[in-house]
Design a protein around this ligand. Structure first.
Ligand code: SF4
Length: 286
């Protein structure tokens, strides 16, 4: 794939405003990695805000990280996304694993994940953490990503594929380049990158699923949704049947970012699209 040309960021983007200038998420990845990672003799450190356990996925220990390369208007994560220099502490791969293990034991869960902002920042940190997970008693490690780092670095996906425990959840933000820029702040040229991540994951046989903020009629038109589905179907029709469609939730951070962006969104949500996989199931029954 063609990676969009690097442009120097004029200033570090925090959140979308009515007059924001779109940015290059590849460049923002590099800038943010300088903030949230730090070399150390025993492995690359990465910043996390917290380690805890939550009830999603049937109970899972979670490392909550800071720093992202997108600025989604509907983003619910903490202000560590926007101001990564002000939030979080550095942990080596071993320290992060010990924190995850302690949270899992404390709350009696056996799954692990990194969530929060963009968990794939700090390639050597994550790969080091996966080494610890691989040798542990935990059967699964879930990684939730926007697909930018895995879309621009196929070698990263290849190295993740050597492990048996990771399951990747790629979260797509938009169905067209224009909507991608409007909702994430990133250049329209970067719209293709998460789809390339999906191709890379397929090529290396990594366990993954695709999610999209596509069930919410307030932030996705039917045409945009159709475009998203078409793109997935062109890669592999099975991706459409397993697509996990989400709606925007009204977290404080989400409401604040929507307000800052000037985007008018009505609450409560009145129209949720019928999930595509349900439509297919219905048709196949008829
Ligand atoms: S929703 Fe995810 S990808 Fe978008 S800004 Fe928030 S953390 Fe980053």
């Amino acid at each position: 794939m063609i990676v969009p040309p690097l442009k120097t960021l004029k200033e570090y983007p925090r959140f979308i405003t009515p007059t924001f200038e779109s940015f290059d998420p590849v460049e923002l990845t590099k800038e943010t990695e300088k903030i949230v990672t730090r070399p150390r003799p025993d492995g690359l450190e990465r910043k996390y805000e917290d380690f805890y356990a939550t009830g999603v996925y049937g109970g899972i220990a979670t490392g909550y990280c800071v720093g992202c390369c997108l600025r989604c208007v509907f983003c619910w994560v903490s202000w560590g996304r926007d101001f990564p220099e002000k939030f979080g502490n550095f942990y080596s791969p071993e320290e992060a694993f010990k924190q995850l293990r302690a949270a899992a034991h404390k709350y009696k869960v056996n799954k692990l994940r990194i969530s929060g902002a963009e968990p794939t920042f700090g390639k050597e940190h994550l790969l080091g953490l996966l080494e610890h997970v691989e040798q542990s008693e935990f059967p699964i490690f879930i990684l939730e990503t926007n697909g930018i780092p895995f879309g621009i670095d196929k070698d990263y996906v290849k190295r993740v594929s050597k492990f048996t425990k990771p399951h990747i959840r790629v979260s797509l933000k938009a169905g067209t380049p224009e909507a991608f820029t409007k909702k994430t702040g990133a250049n329209p040229e970067a719209f293709e990158i998460p789809f390339q991540a999906i191709r890379n994951l397929l090529d290396y046989g990594v366990s993954f699923q695709v999610a999209a903020m596509s069930a919410d009629s307030r932030i996705m038109t039917p045409n945009e949704r159709a475009s998203l589905v078409k793109k997935l179907a062109e890669i592999d029709p099975r991706l459409v049947l397993s697509l996990e469609e989400e709606v925007m939730d009204g977290y404080d951070t989400t409401l604040a970012r929507l307000k800052l962006s000037g985007l008018k969104v009505k609450w409560p949500l009145r129209r949720v699209y019928t999930p595509i996989r349900e439509l297919f199931n219905k048709e196949s029954r008829e």
